[in-house]
Each structure stands twice: as structure tokens, then as C-alpha cells.
Design a binder for this molecule. Structure first.
Ligand SMILES: Nc1ncnc2c1ncn2[C@@H]1O[C@H](COP(=O)(O)OP(=O)(O)OP(=O)(O)O)[C@@H](O)[C@H]1O
Length: 261
């Protein structure tokens, strides 16, 4: 197993945010994390990245408790693209992406051919090579998001954790990003709000409701009309797409007034 959570519970004050969450991300799989606003997705991703400590339970990397692994060693293998990642300095795109190499370098080591290759490949994969010399402040929200993805890829991680990475992206770049992530030979855990995108690209899905896991399995197993009603409070029709063979969710309007009625 790659990343594992074993009955983790996390609280803020007396409020339980995550309760006894367990799952195992398999090496190389794309695991989608779904759930309504406030269900605990970001909190779980921050625990998986080692940025927060669970109150009880364990997060492990290849069976080793993440608390026993140094921050630098974690950063050499786990990349985290946060939802509202920002950078204040007005760096060029290529300089932001170079920051991804930081965990692999010691303070006085020279910039290597390997570093250069990782940065170039990451810029290329994230579709940001043509913007490499643009300054951060000149980028659109979607371009900034892709630059953050490039920085994460430059880290040459084995696991990548992404918190709603398609926010701000136009539909072309949403599909391109999800295709990219699903084609990478990495384990990815990705929080998504678009259920159809999750169904199309993820190998498995895990659903959180009020801090607890209520479903985990293949998109076909998880995305049922019953689950959509229970967890997301929506009426929907689910069928297998004739184009990609994955579940296709068609939402029913809650407003029952028909046009012209
Ligand atoms: N710093 C904080 N102080 C108090 N409560 C918090 C804090 N951070 C998160 N929470 C609460 O924890 C719960 C889970 O939040 P979290 O951001 O993990 O949910 P989410 O599923 O990622 O939501 P969204 O889909 O809106 O991004 C929410 O009820 C939220 O209000």
C-alpha cells in the first residue's frame, strides 16, 4: 500500500472533524475524495500530507507511521497541491516550479541536470512551458493553479495529493489536468466536486459525510442514486456512459415547473 489511514480521528477544539477514517491508497491508483462542503476533505488531505497530526489513529507511508518520518523525507516523495495555494513574491513561473526541487537538494548543492530535467518536464506536462518567464502577478487564476501543479510535479513525487485542483480551470484545462494526473505513474488522492469528472478519471472513489467515510469503491459501486440522495441531497439519474463506460450522472431539476407550463 502507498498511503494508508488507520482509524484516524481529528478534532478542532471539541468539534470532531474526522471520525475513525480508514482507507488505503493502492500504488499507482487515482483515488477520488468526494463529499459535500464541510465534510472534511481538506482536513483529511492535510493529515495525509503530514501537515496535521491525528488525535488518534495513524497515517502511514508504505506501512511506516508518517509521524516518524522527517518533513524533508516526506517532501521528497509526497507533493501536496493545496486548494488556496498562494505565493506572495512576484517570482517568475520557472522560479516557482524550481521550488519543487527544494526537498531534493542540500543547502550548498549545485543545481544539477536532474533538477533541470525535472523542472522542464513539469512545465511541459502542466502546459506552462510557454509561460515559464512570466511573472506570478501576471498569471490568471487557472495559470497559477497549473504552475502549482508544475511545482508539485517538479518534486518528482511518488504520491500526489490535490485539493480541488480543477477550481479556476476552464473545461479544456480541467480535462487536461485530470487526464494528466490519471496517466502519471503515481498514487494520487484528489478531492473533487465534479462527480462526473471523478467518475470518468478516478480508479476508486471515497465519499465523506460529516467527517466519516460512507462509501469507498469503484465509481460504479459508489455513485448510485441512493448515495447521491443521501450524501449530496440531490435527485439524479445514473447510467453507464456509452462513450467512456463509466457512470454518467444526470441531475434532475428540483424546480419541477416545466417550460411553458
Ligand atoms: N480552522 C478551523 N476552525 C474551525 N473549524 C474548522 C477549521 N477548519 C475547518 N473547520 C471545519 O471543519 C469541517 C471540515 O472542513 P474541511 O475544509 O475539511 O471540509 P471540506 O470537505 O474540504 O469542505 P469544502 O468542500 O467546502 O472545501 C467544516 O465543518 C469546517 O467548518
Amino acid at each position: 500500500m502507498s498511503i494508508t489511514a488507520d482509524t484516524i480521528t481529528w478534532k478542532i477544539g471539541s468539534k470532531t472533524i474526522l471520525e475513525k477514517v480508514s482507507f488505503a491508497a493502492r500504488p499507482g491508483e487515482m483515488l477520488g475524495l468526494l463529499g459535500p462542503n464541510g465534510s472534511g476533505k481538506t482536513s483529511l488531505l492535510r493529515l495525509l500530507a503530514g501537515l496535521k497530526r491525528p488525535h488518534s489513529g495513524t497515517v502511514s507511508l508504505d506501512g511506516r507511521d508518517i509521524q516518524s518520518i522527517s518533513r524533508k523525507t516526506i517532501a521528497q516523495r509526497v507533493a501536496f497541491v493545496e486548494q488556496h495555494a498562494t505565493t506572495n513574491a512576484n517570482l517568475r513561473v520557472v522560479d516557482v516550479v524550481k521550488l519543487g526541487r527544494f526537498p531534493h537538494r542540500s543547502m550548498f548543492s549545485a543545481w544539477t541536470h536532474e533538477d533541470e530535467m525535472a523542472v522542464e518536464q513539469a512545465l511541459e506536462r502542466a502546459g506552462m512551458a510557454s509561460k515559464r518567464d512570466h511573472t506570478w502577478q501576471s498569471l490568471s487564476g487557472g495559470e497559477r493553479q497549473r504552475a502549482h501543479i508544475a511545482r508539485a510535479l517538479a518534486q518528482t513525487p511518488r504520491e500526489i495529493i490535490l485539493d480541488e485542483p480543477t477550481n479556476h480551470l476552464d473545461v479544456q484545462h480541467q480535462i487536461a489536468l485530470l487526464s494528466l494526473i490519471s496517466d502519471l505513474p503515481l498514487t494520487s488522492v484528489i478531492a473533487l466536486h465534479d462527480l462526473n469528472h471523478a467518475a470518468m478519471f478516478c480508479d476508486r472513489l471515497m465519499v465523506l459525510k460529516e467527517g466519516s467515510v460512507v462509501a469507498c469503491g469503484t465509481p460504479e459501486e459508489v455513485l448510485t442514486t441512493e448515495l447521491l440522495r443521501d450524501v449530496f441531497s440531490i435527485d439524479a439519474h445514473v447510467e453507464l456512459s456509452a462513450h467512456h463506460g463509466r457512470p454518467l450522472i444526470q441531475f434532475k431539476r428540483s424546480d419541477r415547473r416545466k417550460r411553458g407550463a
